[in-house]
Design a protein around this ligand. Structure first.
Ligand code: FAD
Length: 319
């Protein structure tokens, strides 16, 4: 996980987010995407988790695939909304047993139509409590692992168990449900105090929004790295959902550029150019790397990194 200012270090760390496909027929396509993303050596590939367990099993399947077929760190999103303590602890154990040691601890959103006050909310009220629970579950486990040694029956190689790393979400534009303007910063401080070592942001459209948020977070006492989440917007059709998530208004120049481009290819170019500029600007402003929302497609995020100058084509294989 990134720890330093990327632009002064010369190499800009990057990572990707994928989601588990709704149906298994899409798995071969996703496996190809994972293969192509792994070739450029990202710091980690994260896999989203459906709140309420809707895609949970498939999420673990994708993480296992990343672990088994690539050298890239798999990072598991986990949500707690709607779950009991015992259920959440069992879930964490299942992921730890599969060898997953990096998490993004999230509260998750109740499914559409479920009121925040209904019993669905479960035992854990916030992501901070999930961060603590992950720490507690890992502490229950033996501090070492044992592996048999081929040719030496009865002998075992004992190694210290890897300590889990827990990332959390941050919201440069505030959380859409925040009850006051600094509530999301208080939540981030609580997640840091609970043991989180990295924050990954919700997507945003203006570099200044991210940079000003980092300044506010630092002034409030947040010391963990805050990794900017960037999504290339490659079609007008994706915008309504994206705007709902960010709570930000779309930059006029991007809206106009997408509108005047008649072809899907033209819109894709516009989206890549915008995301690449955003990546360059946040890195120049001190971001510790970039995290790209890949939408299970490798071409767009790789093109974005190339255009941002973060991935240099002739060096791709040497990373
Ligand atoms: P918390 O840190 O617990 O809370 C964050 C903010 O939410 C608080 O500051 C507060 O403003 C508000 N809030 C918290 N509780 C309440 C409440 N009871 N009433 C009103 N407001 C409240 N969701 C998924 O389901 N699966 C995923 O894989 C996933 N991945 C994500 C990845 C990233 C990088 C980000 C930024 C978000 C992701 N989400 C995902 C969405 C996330 O679960 C929601 O935004 C959720 O509403 C808040 O989660 P949190 O972990 O930030 O919660």
């Amino acid at each position: 996980m990134p720890e330093e200012n990327a632009s002064s270090a010369g190499v800009v760390p990057f990572s990707f987010e994928l989601y588990p496909p709704r149906s298994t027929d899409r798995l071969p396509q996703l496996h190809e995407t994972i293969r192509r993303l792994a070739e450029v050596a990202p710091r980690f590939i994260s896999v989203t988790y459906g709140a309420g367990g809707s895609t949970g099993g498939r999420s673990l399947e994708v993480l296992r695939h990343i672990r088994a077929t690539t050298a890239v760190e798999p990072l598991a999103h986990l949500t707690c909304v709607g779950n009991t303590y015992a259920g959440a602890a069992a879930l964490i154990r299942e992921f730890l047993d599969a060898g997953i040691t990096s998490f993004l601890a999230l509260r998750g959103d109740p499914p559409a139509g479920v009121d925040e006050d209904e019993p669905f909310l479960g035992d854990l009220e916030s992501a901070a409590q999930l961060v603590q629970l992950i720490d507690r579950v890992q502490a229950e486990r033996a501090p070492y692992t044992e592996a048999s040694i081929p040719g030496l029956p009865g002998a075992a190689r004992v190694e210290p168990r890897r300590h889990v790393q827990v990332a959390v979400a941050a919201f440069p534009n505030g959380h859409p449900r925040s009850r006051h303007s600094s509530e999301h910063l208080d939540a981030l401080l609580a997640k840091q105090a609970a043991g989180a070592t990295l924050a990954i942001t919700q997507l945003f459209f203006h570099a200044d929004v991210y940079l000003a948020f980092v300044d506010r977070a630092r002034a409030a006492g947040v010391t963990i790295p805050i990794l900017p989440g960037i999504m290339p917007i490659t079609s007008r059709a994706r915008l309504p959902r994206v705007l709902e998530l960010t709570g930000e208004s779309l930059p006029a120049e991007l809206a106009v550029a997408l509108d005047v481009e008649p072809t899907p290819e033209g819109q894709r170019e516009v989206g890549i150019a915008h995301a690449a500029r955003l990546a360059r600007d946040v890195v120049a402003g001190g971001a510790p790397g970039v995290h790209l929302y890949a939408f299970n497609n490798h071409d767009t995020v790789l093109a974005t990194l190339r255009e941002a100058g973060i991935l240099i084509p002739q060096k791709e294989n040497a990373r």
